[in-house]
Design a protein around this ligand. Structure first.
Ligand code: ZN
Length: 284
């Protein structure tokens, strides 16, 4: 049986062909009746969505909370969904980003969800996730571009300091300066003062200068909403507006900003949020 839920309300659709959408549910398990029904709808919508850009079954979403030991790909395979659909809807930067206890939205159709208004021809969708309303243009039947999939699969970013030891990881930790529990939005890589730092991927330098706490910092914008940040540099070798190639030297390791010793603080951001850095295994 489908259970109505207050936690996830579909607000409405701007385009008329899917105006019937209104229900939403919490999915309690990746097995069982609810999951089977969802899979059936996904299969049904797959036939119509790609060809006619309308869905035989009105679009609806379920919210699933990952259980211990479950991974993004368990949700994908158990529900016969597509990784690109779930990645774009949930704004994931990498398959390993979701952790047990976190909620993933799953639609009853495959396709790609884009930021509103970026591209014509999509179906405008508004959906609640927790207390935030998410807006998208939905393109039924579509998949990621190959390059976009490379980003998602962690095949793009080269390590900025190949061979360096990671001295501090991403996530909650005891802050090395004030000792309190604090979120670390990147990784720290230990290296001696002056070691060259390389661009993790080609892109445009959007910031090169002093940034509070980060000291001398470089930010590079890449495709698909990804940005890399390099902090605590002793020297910056690029300037704002430069187009840089993957692997070129952009600065040198230092201890500017709020630090206890020389190291590189490196971040990957997507859509303005700090993400757990993942590197191309060929360049760790
Ligand atoms: Zn750091």
């Amino acid at each position: 049986m489908l259970r109505r839920s207050c936690t996830l309300l579909l607000l409405g659709l701007a385009l008329t062909d899917l105006s019937a959408v209104e229900s939403s549910t919490d999915l309690s398990s990746l097995h069982g009746e609810q999951a089977t029904e969802l899979k059936r709808e996904i299969a049904e919508n797959l036939k119509s969505g790609m060809q006619y850009r309308r869905l035989d079954i009105p679009l609806r979403f379920v919210a699933y909370r990952l259980k211990k030991g479950e991974h993004f790909f368990d949700v994908v395979t158990r529900l016969s969904q597509d990784p690109d659909t779930l990645a774009s809807l949930n704004s994931l930067a990498h398959p390993d980003e979701l952790r047990a206890g976190e909620v993933i939205l799953v639609p009853n159709a495959r396709g790609v969800f884009r930021d509103p208004g970026k591209e014509k021809g999509g179906i405008a969708v508004s959906v609640m996730k927790g207390s935030s309303a998410l807006q998208f243009d939905f393109f039924p039947g579509r998949r990621f571009e190959p390059r976009e999939r490379d980003f998602f699969q962690g095949l793009v970013f080269r390590h900025p300091l190949i061979g360096a030891r990671q001295s501090s990881g991403f996530g909650w930790r005891k802050d090395p300066i004030h000792g309190r529990h604090a979120f670390h939005g990147g990784i720290d890589l230990a290296a001696s003062q002056g070691t060259p730092v390389q661009a993790a991927e080609s892109g445009e330098v959007i910031f090169a200068g002093d940034k509070s706490g980060y000291g001398r910092t470089v930010l590079i914008r890449h495709e698909y909403g990804y940005i890399t940040l390099y902090g605590h540099l002793s020297k910056i070798l690029v300037k704002k507006g430069d187009r840089v190639k993957r692997g070129i030297d952009i600065g040198r390791v230092g201890k500017t900003g709020r630090v206890t010793g020389p190291h590189l603080h490196f971040e990957i951001l997507k859509e303005g949020r700090q993400r757990r850095p993942v590197f191309d295994v060929r360049h760790r």
